[in-house]
Design a protein around this ligand. Sequence first.
Ligand SMILES: *Cc1c(COP(=O)(O)O)cnc(C)c1O
Length: 442
Amino acid sequence: MKFVSTRNPRGPAVSFAEALFQGIAPDGGLYHPVEEPDLRALIRSLGEDASFLDCAGAMIQGLFGDDHTAETARELARRAFPFEPRLNRLEPGMRLLELFHGPSCAFKDFGAGFLAAVMEWELQRGGQAIPAERTVILTATSGDTGSAVAQAFQGRQNIDVVILYPSGRVSPLQEKQLTAPSENITALEVKGSFDDCQRMVKEAFADPDLTGRICLTSANSINVGRLIPQSFYYIWAFSQLKDYAGRELVFCVPSGNFGNLTAGLLAWRWGMPVSSFIAATNANDVVPQFLQTGVFTPRPSVQTLANAMDVGNPSNFERMEQLFGSAQAMKGLISARSVSDREIQAVMKDVYEKRGELICPHTATGVLAAREYLQDDPGEDTLVVPLATAHPAKFVEVSREALGVEPPLPERLARLLEQPKRSVIVENTREALARELLKRFG
Ligand SMILES: *Cc1c(COP(=O)(O)O)cnc(C)c1O
């Protein structure tokens, strides 16, 4: 499988390994698959008895068959995903696809887990596209992404991770996820804001003295190594719902940067026969607006209760454009609904009262959009599958406020809270970061 930049689709194609370690294309575009492999036969062959690992292994082989036998594909899947998605019958006409059973309790564990495993794999294998024998992943986080990355990279061979986070500005639980002791992870607690952290990371990548001495790699959310594995759980869910083949099956995706939805669109393009997708957003509604008006107008983001979706200029939109070419074509497959904070609280409350289940605020946007879709289209033949993107316990304050109930912390998070914090406090300057990096890896 080869990749090209979204900014220059006719430009030079690079291998998966190159796209993986470069992260972003030299022209600033996002890498996007050139070919569209036909996986219809593979998808058809996966039945209800297929486990998630069966699906992931088959997909890895289907997509990267030149590099993998069935055995190595399966082994890579096993190293990437020590956890599974689950389907939950939430209410009539609806199945919730729960993606929060991984180490950081959010769907980003799937992308981060595969990224870590496949980078480790490629570094061990060596080869032209591989930058060095060892690499340092350098990344800035405002909380959520960093915790998935930290946990996914723990103990990986030949990889060190340095995470910058703004001191005092991440939640106590997030901080524990970032700073729990691990040999190959360094948490730098920056005296400054998230913007400072991002600026420092950019400066480090642009510093030839530093990049000449240390092999730096990013773990950016737009990396193809994070995007592609997200298609695997759509395929798995589809295999479990084979009854609906030929009837109407709709995935409903809580969206911010639109990586999750884009991965579903890739699965569809490769042959997963679903009827359509619903994009659920919070008040940050540039994509719903685009589908209505045909005009894409990025705006500064506004803060909402579903804060991991507070994105005003979703980067994966470039990939969606690449897939469809026009707003009209996109509208043929995707509908959208923007959900207000008040609606988020109301749905969380209603689901809790009617079904006894707690859902996170991001998942709530998906459940509301799914309910409305079913109301407008009350055929017995429709099944909507909202993706549950995070465990409700990660958003205790929102639950307390919306329903007066605190979700219990899953054991893996509770255990983390008892671990000591291990961070290094640094100033918010380019020099401070360079010093820390050279001291450790120079
Ligand atoms: C990141 C995130 C999202 C948004 O996913 P995108 O791929 O950016 O659209 C939704 N919910 C949660 C809990 C997240 O962490």
